[in-house]
Design a protein around this ligand. Structure first.
Ligand SMILES: [Zn+2]
Ligand SMILES: [Zn+2]
Length: 299
């Protein structure tokens, strides 16, 4: 697809990573979605156009790279990094459910001594340390290689609740607590006057806007949001810790945010089902997009 312009006051450029001719190093803030599927990977002809790989996004602020979540979308991102010269980045995990960490054991840069990585996560119930999250994934009988065998220079970092992390080069990362079984952390990246937030996985109370989240999202240019369900499906799944397309739009309006990129598509949502949602959005929610694997935005 070519360049699109969306949002009333804010310009957001949508492009497709695969068809894109430039490197993504625009000097501003760009986001590439490498995995948009929630819960588990999907395969087959019914899932060719939207998301097959689980949650992973790459944010570029100038030449700095921030990776959000490490689902199976992390694996092709690793190959891209080897090719484009990226050797240093920060990886922020929302939480440790499989669809957000399963790319870690298979991520090539971790086995390459040229890479330097900070891995960050917030306070989760049960698992308190970022190192423990990676340790739990990398042990027998689940996986034959321990994380001690990683060749990259990896630093594990733990985030306090509601932190403001100065990454240097004018990049600030703010965090908030989300509402999800076991806990999850939401992130907002501020860079050169641009703001992008990453809010997954989280649920909401029907008819009650999450005032803390509204504050956190105030005036962001764009945010990715847990759009697992539609409002009419929500009562059936309200205890699962996920949210809806309509809630994303309510939050966007309440926070005066620019645009929503819906992610965490459920496995029962094939291309045809996501096309239907996309068509509905064009009519009712002009500032929302059904995000696809490979989609890139520039703020
Ligand atoms: Zn998830
Ligand atoms: Zn989860």
């Amino acid at each position: 697809m070519g360049h699109h312009r969306c949002g009333r006051q804010r310009k957001i450029w949508l492009t497709d990573y695969m068809n894109s001719t430039h490197s993504g190093e625009t000097g501003g803030l760009s986001v590439t979605f490498w995995g948009t599927r929630g819960t588990r990977m999907v395969t087959g002809d019914a899932f060719m156009r939207y998301g097959r790989k689980t949650i992973c996004a790459e944010v570029r602020c100038g030449d700095r790279v921030i990776v959000l979540d490490a689902g199976s979308g992390l694996v092709p991102l690793g190959s891209a990094m080897k090719g484009n010269g990226t050797r240093q980045f920060d990886l922020f995990l929302t939480h440790a459910h499989y669809d957000h960490v399963e790319g870690i054991p298979f991520f090539e840069p971790f086995y390459d001594p040229q890479f330097k990585v900070n891995i960050w996560s917030g306070k989760l119930k049960g698992i308190q340390k970022t190192r423990d999250i990676v340790d739990g994934l990398m042990k027998e009988p689940y996986f034959p290689i321990r994380q001690e065998k990683f060749l990259a220079d990896i630093r594990y970092r733990d985030i306090e609740d509601h932190a403001a992390i100065n990454l240097g080069d004018g990049i600030m990362v703010h965090t908030t607590r989300l509402h999800h079984p076991g806990g999850a952390t939401g992130y907002r990246i501020d860079y050169k006057g641009k703001r992008f937030a990453f809010i997954t996985d989280t649920t909401h109370a029907t008819g009650q806007c999450d005032t803390e989240l509204v504050k956190f999202l105030r005036d962001v240019d764009a945010f990715a949001y847990d759009c697992s369900y539609l409002d009419r499906e929500f009562p059936k799944f309200s205890s699962f810790g996920h949210s809806t397309w309509e809630e994303a739009e309510r939050l966007r309006k309440a926070a005066n945010a620019g645009h929503v990129f819906g992610i965490h598509h459920m496995p029962f949502r094939d291309d045809a089902a996501l096309d239907t949602i996309s068509a509905q959005i064009v009519k009712d929610m002009a500032h929302c997009t059904v995000t696809r694997d490979g989609m890139r935005i520039e703020l």
